[in-house]
Write a protein that binds this ligand. Structure first.
Ligand code: HEC
Length: 100
C-alpha cells in the first residue's frame, strides 16, 4: 500500500489534483443525484451539455449561472433548482463539464 500512496501523493503534487477535484466537487455538491457524466438521468448528461456548448464564448459563465440560478426549458420539462454552491465552485464545475 505504501509505495502506492507515495505515488498518489506525487501525482497529486504534479498537478493532477485539479483534474480530479471537479468530479469530487460534483459528487460533494450533490450534482450526481440528477446528473451523470455519460448518461441522461433527471438532468442531461454532462457530456451532452459539453457537446451542446463547447466552443461557445462565455459558455462557462452561462453554465455557472444556470447552476446558481437554476435552469428550465433548455433540455426538457424538468427544471433544475438553483444549486446551493459557491460561485467559484460553479465556475470550476462549468469549466470541467465543458472539457468532457
Ligand atoms: C434536482 C436535480 C438536479 C440537481 C441536484 C442538479 N441538476 Fe443540473 N440540471 C437538472 C435538470 C433537470 C437540468 C435541465 C434543465 C433545463 O432543461 O433547462 C439541468 C441542467 C444542468 C446544466 C445545463 C444548464 C444549461 O444552461 O443548459 C448544467 C451545466 C448543470 N445542470 C449542472 C449541474 C451541477 C454542476 C450540479 C451540482 C452543483 C447540478 N446540475 C445539480 C437537474 C439537476
Amino acid at each position: 500500500m505504501k509505495p502506492f500512496a507515495v505515488l498518489i501523493a506525487l501525482t497529486l503534487s504534479l498537478g493532477a489534483a485539479s483534474a480530479h477535484a471537479s468530479p469530487e466537487l460534483a459528487a460533494k455538491s450533490k450534482c450526481m443525484t440528477c446528473h451523470d457524466v455519460a448518461k441522461k438521468k433527471m438532468g442531461p448528461a454532462f457530456k451532452e451539455i459539453a457537446a451542446k456548448y463547447k466552443g461557445q464564448k462565455g459558455a462557462d459563465a452561462m453554465l455557472a449561472d444556470s447552476m446558481l440560478k437554476g435552469a428550465k426549458g433548455k433540455w426538457g420539462k424538468i427544471p433544475m433548482p438553483p444549486q446551493k454552491i459557491a460561485p467559484a465552485d460553479a465556475q470550476t464545475l462549468a469549466k470541467w463539464i465543458l472539457t468532457l
